[in-house]
Design a protein around this ligand. Sequence first.
Ligand code: TMP
Length: 202
Amino acid sequence: MLITIEGIDGSGKSTLHESLGKALADLDPVMTREPGSTWIGEAVRRAIREQADPVAEALLFIADHAAHISEVIRPALSRGRIVISDRYIDSRYAYQQVTLAGILPDPLSWLQAVHTGWTVKPDITFLLVVPIPVALKRTGERKTGEHFEQETILTAVQKNYLGLAEQDPPRFIILDGTLPAEHLIRVAAETIRYKREDPRRR
Ligand code: TMP
């Protein structure tokens, strides 16, 4: 079973990911992330840092995903493991739809086409949604200074995420990222346990 956690920078998704690993320790889940589960992540980090050409940056994120799929995701799933990824395919659909706007006529269709045929669709995607000022306050405190962490970009990215969720309601579970962390962890952990017992459950 493949579970992904998505949301804008400052939505609390990495905290949820980390805590889920502990809450589900008895199930021994494979905890992974994008970007950076393989060496290609280093090139991605450099592209983000140096504000590379948006198409080059998008293709590096996609390369990182391809390596993640073949080196981590598929082997773990074939062994029957539960895999929980901090960011995954929807990060591209939400963020690169913004960074590629004005460069490609229809970035989302292009991104979806590039992933077709080799990616693995998640069974559950938790989408953390927060008001933009809350996200900015949290990222401001971290001060990574990444170019994605700007108000206009985060606003557009969150809107894209919600659009993706609207197109695939059975897969997405939208969580209010301002709720106490313990509550979010409990909801997510119980949902995973429930679905694991019978994957056809919604
Ligand atoms: P992180 O903060 O989760 O480590 O991700 C680094 C940044 O990269 C974050 O601002 C989101 C962005 N990102 C994309 O733009 N596209 C992608 O496909 C992924 C995985 C991340």
